[in-house]
Design a binder for this molecule. Structure first.
Ligand code: ARG
Length: 492
């Protein structure tokens, strides 16, 4: 339909190569409402008569009701297919005017912005639910001592809930990034035309308002050429999925028989075609892989946009699949993780038992020596290290099972002012529970600290949820208004 200068048709395989029809399904709705807003504005500015507008709008409403009817192989993209459909239904005299002061270059980026705007709201809402699930599960498990690991080796005593809260904090930062990106996405490029605007008087702010945008992207070159807001969005998703990747990795390790800390609900596990005993964490493994896929999508987009000349180039078409793919994948993984978190079983007995047979209380003993006995930390570190060495060499016995003589020899070797029975008393008194009680610093797994974190995270979720609802309502409200305006024209 667009071929005015070329007299020859596109070769079939070239058309297939050029076509974005396959990926344009997800922007068709936005192309229709964008076209409605543009046509209404053209009418208000006196470029389209009342009768012509009605014909255009009725064709667009028909397309909305029956989207399959505009799907044919003969067009390069959904913009061409929709315009052809409108011209077919409303005649050239009316439909042929719909594209006044507009180009596919501002149109496609308009559509994608509206789609990503919805995606951000949906992903933020899913994220809020996941964080809420994590906080809920944290509330139920605040008191059971659990090992924490560094280098995947036993490190300090913590709690399962402390881990869950740490994920919640990470995801809240992901939420914040996404939430802020929305402002840069929600700006209208419509009316920038091909690259340089139009000699026909249009009202860009009016179309922006009709479509629920916060503002317009002022410069017409910027509006049609820039994709930085999409890059920012894809980056936030890559970071977000990598946060999920860390959570999945922890859960996968903890669900092994060797750890046995958690058990995934059966509906979140897969099995083996060969080994009947298997209950595999496949949904988590795929969630872990998706972080790489989304990062790959981000890198594809970056590669495409880097060093493109200003002004639309067809290369930009190829950012749609990785961009929209990143949205869909991220939403899926968040929902999977939400289900996993809410349904997993926590084996508190096993968690407590492993923590209580560990040397992870070593640092607490050292800190006790610093606090109560005024021993320099470095010396305390050496004493407790030597005690652990002795216990390990006796077959990994608990520190409390060391002999009086062991303590005495370590004290002697380090020339510190403490009695062996005093040292043994400190060691015997240091249980994982005591370790948690003694932890004072802000953000540590101490019960009071955890409660504070739970409170602040809950408040954070409530604030974001209100903001997300407001934004969603704002977009829905604009579309409802637009639909009402369309109906009014059609009925007048
Ligand atoms: N289908 C294209 C895209 O997805 C938009 C068309 C712009 N094409 C053009 N030749 N100016 O980006």
């Amino acid at each position: 339909m667009y071929r005015s200068r070329p007299t020859d048709k596109l070769k079939d395989d070239v058309l297939r190569f050029l076509s974005s029809m396959g990926e344009d399904h997800s922007i068709l709705y936005y192309d229709i409402v964008g076209s409605e807003a543009h046509s209404i504005m053209l009418h208000e500015m006196g470029h389209i008569t009342d009768g012509e507008l009605k014909k255009i709008l009725s064709a667009l409403e028909e397309a909305k009701k029956n989207p399959a009817s505009i799907w044919t192989e003969e067009y390069e993209d959904i913009h061409e297919a929709l315009e052809a459909f409108v011209i077919k239904h409303s005649g050239m005299e009316a439909g042929g005017k719909m594209h006044i002061a507009r180009s596919r270059n501002d149109q496609v980026v308009l559509d994608v912005r509206m789609k990503i705007r919805d995606d951000i709201n949906e992903i933020c809402a899913a994220l809020a639910s996941l964080v809420q699930g994590l906080v809920q599960r944290a509330k139920e498990n605040k008191q059971v001592p659990m090992l924490m690991y560094t280098h995947l080796q036993q490190a300090q005593i913590g709690t399962f809930s402390h881990f869950l809260l740490s994920y919640a904090y990470g995801l809240m930062r992901d939420m914040e990034r996404l939430y802020l990106t929305y402002h840069r996405i929600n700006q209208s490029p419509l009316g920038a035309c091909a690259i340089g605007g139009s000699s026909i008087t249009i009202d860009r702010k009016r179309t922006a308002m009709l479509l629920g945008f916060d503002s317009i992207i002022k410069n017409s070159i910027d509006a049609t050429s820039s994709r930085d807001a999409f890059l920012e969005y894809a980056s936030t998703l890559a970071i977000l999925t990598s946060t999920l990747g860390r959570i999945t990795e922890d859960f996968i390790i903890w669900s092994t028989t060797e750890f046995g800390y958690i058990e995934l609900a059966e509906r979140y596990t897969s099995t083996s075609s060969a080994m009947p005993q298997k209950k595999n964490p496949d949904p988590l493994e795929l969630t872990r892989a998706k972080a790489a896929v989304v990062t790959g999508n981000l890198v594809s987009i970056l590669g495409i946009v880097k060093a493109l000349p200003s002004g639309y180039s067809r290369d930009l078409q190829d950012i749609k699949p990785p961009l929209l793919g990143a949205s869909a994948i991220t939403l899926d993984t968040i929902k999977i993780m939400d289900g996993v978190v809410r349904s997993l079983q926590i084996d508190n007995e096993r968690i407590r038992q492993v923590a209580s047979t560990s040397y992870a209380i070593a640092i607490d003993i050292a800190e006790h020596l610093v606090l109560q006995n005024k021993i320099p930390f470095r010396t305390a570190h050496k004493i407790v290290g030597a005690l652990v060495g002795k216990a390990a060499s006796k077959g990994n016995i608990p520190l409390a099972k060391l002999e009086f003589a062991d303590a005495a020899s370590v004290i002697n070797a380090h020339k510190v002012d403490i009695k062996a029975d005093q040292l043994m008393k400190i060691i015997n008194g240091m249980t994982p529970e005591k370790s948690l009680e003694a932890r004072k610093s802000s953000g540590s797994p101490n019960l009071l600290e955890q409660e504070e974190m739970i409170k602040s995270l809950s408040q954070g979720i409530a604030n974001y949820s209100t903001g997300i609802q407001k934004r969603t309502k704002m977009v829905e409200g604009s579309f409802d208004n637009l639909e009402r305006t369309v109906k009014n024209y059609l009925q007048s």
